[in-house]
Design a protein around this ligand. Structure first.
Ligand code: ADP
Ligand code: MG
Length: 346
């Protein structure tokens, strides 16, 4: 992937760099009135707007030893779009701010922007601005995403009701297992730089870590089927944590059925290989960027038509607590450990 040429950022200067990074950008959405090039962008929204931001810091959120720059750019957009979709809204614009050190060449930053533009084109989003600054050493990327939706169709976390069905898109825990493999291979590489890196058999789970997608298709499905979920959140910190957010903010309890939690066979087998209980990958793994939502029981048949949505539980009265009903027939309290917990033993 490495390009031959290395142009120093200092040779272009800040404005030259911004020009080079954004020269191919054209605006796709009618709500994007003015993009890059003025003091601020201009947006004419017809509906209610939702705005979100996420910051990614080298060494904390990503490791450039195993993260290609193009993937990093792509993922930095996706994590923000996922938050917009989690409001049942459609993302329209993003702003991207970067802090870069002279460790990076112009070509390296261009690779990040290739990924950013790929995501913008795939999800029909306009890059309308940002900021560029120097950093002493590490790379920082901050993305702001702006989306829109009719007032009545915006979905929040705090409106789940007793009797609602708990659903999730896709499968869970794969991104965490992908990260585990990448970290193991990094260790192998650091110990013996000539060793063969074995990732070939793990394409699915590694791909889920390095190149996640946002569930635009699920939000489109809701619109087609005239479903408005009663609450929704995206799965960025693991299923347990997200279920607790919905339950706490909605003042409800919940039963999650272990048997119904979707885990891909690749994830399942890799977890066992690493001595991790697969359900814990789903509960505490994170970075799946799937949508977790609740629906009215009357929407059950509509949701059941969709091959990539699983009904995984039911919303209960608050007094019944937030419980996992295990395959063995036991009830456990769902507690939020976060993905760090998986690293220590388990
Ligand atoms: P100002 O000094 O007024 O903040 P800048 O020189 O930072 O303006 O930015 C000039 C234009 O380029 C603005 O439209 C800004 O939004 C855009 N821009 C700056 N950095 C980036 C970036 N990293 N990605 C996308 N757009 C950028
Ligand atoms: Mg600026």
């Amino acid at each position: 992937m490495k390009k031959e040429q290395r142009t120093e950022i200092s040779s272009l200067g800040e404005f030259g760099l911004i020009d080079r990074l954004t020269k191919d950008i054209s605006l796709k959405n009618t709500s994007s009135i003015k993009g890059i090039g003025d003091d601020a962008a201009i947006i004419q929204a017809e509906k209610r707007q939702v705005i979100t931001t996420d910051i990614l810091i080298e060494g904390i959120h990503f490791d450039l030893v195993y993260t290609p720059l193009k993937h990093l750019g792509y993922k930095s957009v996706i994590v923000n779009l996922s938050d917009v979709y989690a409001m049942n809204a459609t993302p329209k614009q993003i702003l991207v701010s970067i802090a870069i050190s002279n460790r990076f060449s112009v070509e390296a930053i261009e690779e990040i922007y290739e990924g950013i533009e790929l995501a913008c084109n795939k999800y029909n989003v306009d890059l309308v601005g940002g900021d560029t600054t120097a950093s002493p050493k590490g790379l920082v990327i901050n993305v702001v995403a702006i989306g829109e939706q009719e007032k009545e169709k915006i979905v929040t976390r705090n409106t789940a009701k007793e009797g609602d069905l708990l659903c999730v898109s896709g499968d869970l825990g794969a991104a965490y297992m992908g990260l585990t493999i990448l970290q193991r291979e990094k260790q192998v590489f650091l110990n013996a730089p000539d060793a063969n890196i074995e990732l070939a058999g793990d394409n699915y789970i590694v791909g889920r870590q390095l190149k996640p997608e946002a569930r635009k298709d699920i939000v489109d499905f809701f619109a087609e089927q005239q479903i408005v979920p009663t609450s929704m959140i995206d799965v960025s910190d693991g299923l347990s944590s997200e279920i607790l957010h919905i339950c706490k903010q909605s003042n409800v309890g919940c039963q999650l059925n272990e048997e119904a939690v979707p885990i891909a066979s690749e994830t399942y087998n890799k977890a066992l290989e690493f001595g991790i209980d697969p359900i814990n990958c789903a509960l505490s793994g994170g970075e799946d960027y799937e949508l977790l939502f609740t629906i009215l029981p009357s929407d059950r048949s509509k949701v059941k038509q969709h091959p990539d949505i699983s009904i995984i539980g039911e919303i209960l009265d608050e007094n019944l607590g937030v419980k996992l009903f295990t395959k063995g027939g036991n009830y456990h309290d769902i507690i939020s450990l976060g993905w760090n917990s998986l690293k220590e033993g388990d």
